[in-house]
Design a protein around this ligand. Structure first.
Ligand code: UT7
Length: 333
């Protein structure tokens, strides 16, 4: 085997047990199951227990990825955690995972790229491995958004859920693994999706707490328009960079934010529904965890076969976006 590709050699995920249905939400805010399903496609979401942290669920996903790949924690050179719900401002969640899994020789850091964080992390891992700096990189997308949602705000609390997904990137056969990536950002739209307080701009104070500024604020309509625009653009760039055309894509995993956004992308990219993975009906939007969780589920359901061209497309706070084209290098489960 000629090892000059960089692919996923281990994958795992974790979704908490506790379910919050649309019906449950309709008892908390002025909404209905019909509205939520029609506008978003979401039927229920999962949330962690009060004392469970992002690092806890990231650790479970990481252990599952190690097991899947038959890889020991001490073989990991670098851990990247993509999250907007880190356990605390510092130390990084990646360092907590490093301790929890016993990755004794790994460097570790977090990245903040909103819902695009996992795709950003994949590109970082690819770059480190291609440059010969590291051999095995653990990339995790993990979120406990239930902790930063304003449960009184019907325009956001219906959307989000908790979860974690992890992949180990490693050398693979030439022609397989990551073929191309497109990443981008537009800070001009940063104000459209924020968690305003708790940083240097608005340190925590009685006032920030009383004004609910430690919870998600979003201009949903504008983010929707941005998403529809950017998915088409970024997917096309990444597919072209890979030397492929959209017809070559066997499987499409979009960020799971809103079914209407996914349907619009399918139409614009001319991708039929059997090629598209959707699980937002069960989990809602889990931000940086949404793509690795969906990828792990699709892999375990044998929907992706070795050699398939897989397209991942994410968008989110920043604003950021990112696409990755992979030729799947793992055998079926
Ligand atoms: O991964 C991060 C990226 N985030 C996203 O991708 C979110 C993208 N945006 C969206 O998914 C959609 O914009 C939402 C689902 C958030 C909202 O759907 P929309 O079709 O854009 O609705 P809207 O914000 O234009 O609101 C329409 C109406 C408003 O009432 P009026 O002003 O027309 O009387 C809202 O107050 O729907 C109302 N509304 C609700 N009604 C019942 C907003 N949220 C709710 C609700 N239940 N939960």
């Amino acid at each position: 085997m000629n090892n000059i590709g960089v692919g996923i050699s281990g994958i795992g995920s974790f979704i908490p047990e506790k379910v919050i249905t649309n019906e449950d939400l309709s008892k908390m805010v002025d909404t209905s199951n019909e509205w939520i399903v029609e506008r978003t496609g979401i039927r229920e979401r999962r949330i962690v227990q009060k004392d469970t942290t992002t690092s806890d669920i990231a650790t479970i996903a990481a252990k599952r990825a190690l097991e899947d790949g038959g890889i020991l924690p001490e073989e990991i050179d670098l851990i990247i955690v993509a999250t907007v719900t880190s356990d605390m401002a510092f130390p990084s969640t990646a360092c907590i995972v490093q301790k929890n899994i016993g990755a004794v020789k790994a460097a570790a850091f977090d990245i903040s790229a909103g819902c695009s964080g996992f795709v950003y992390g994949l590109n970082l891992a690819y770059s480190f491995i291609s440059a010969g700096i590291y051999r095995k990189v653990l990339v995790i997308g993990a979120e406990t958004l239930s902790k930063i949602v304003n449960w009184q705000d019907r325009s956001t609390c219906i959307l989000f859920g908790d979860g974690a997904g992890a992949c180990i990137l490693d050398a693979c056969e030439d022609g397989y693994g990551i073929l191309a990536t497109d990443l981008g950002s537009d800070g001009n739209g940063g104000h459209l999706l924020t968690l305003p307080a708790g940083g240097s701009k608005l340190p925590a104070s009685l006032e920030t707490v009383s004004q609910n500024l430690h919870t998600i604020k979003m201009d949903g309509r504008e983010v929707f328009k941005f998403a529809v625009r950017v998915i088409e653009k970024s997917a096309n760039i990444a597919v072209e960079k890979a030397g492929l055309i959209l017809e070559d894509v066997d499987f499409f995993i979009p960020h799971q934010a809103n079914l209407r956004i996914i349907q619009s992308a399918m139409k614009k990219l001319n991708l039929q529904s059997h090629k598209v993975y959707v699980n937002l009906d069960k989990y809602g939007n889990t931000s940086a965890a949404s793509i690795p969780v969906a990828l792990d589920e699709a892999y375990r359901r044998n929907l992706i076969k070795k050699g398939d061209v897989v397209l991942l497309v994410a968008f989110g706070a920043g604003l950021t976006w990112g696409s990755t084209v992979l030729r799947w290098n793992k055998q079926e489960v």
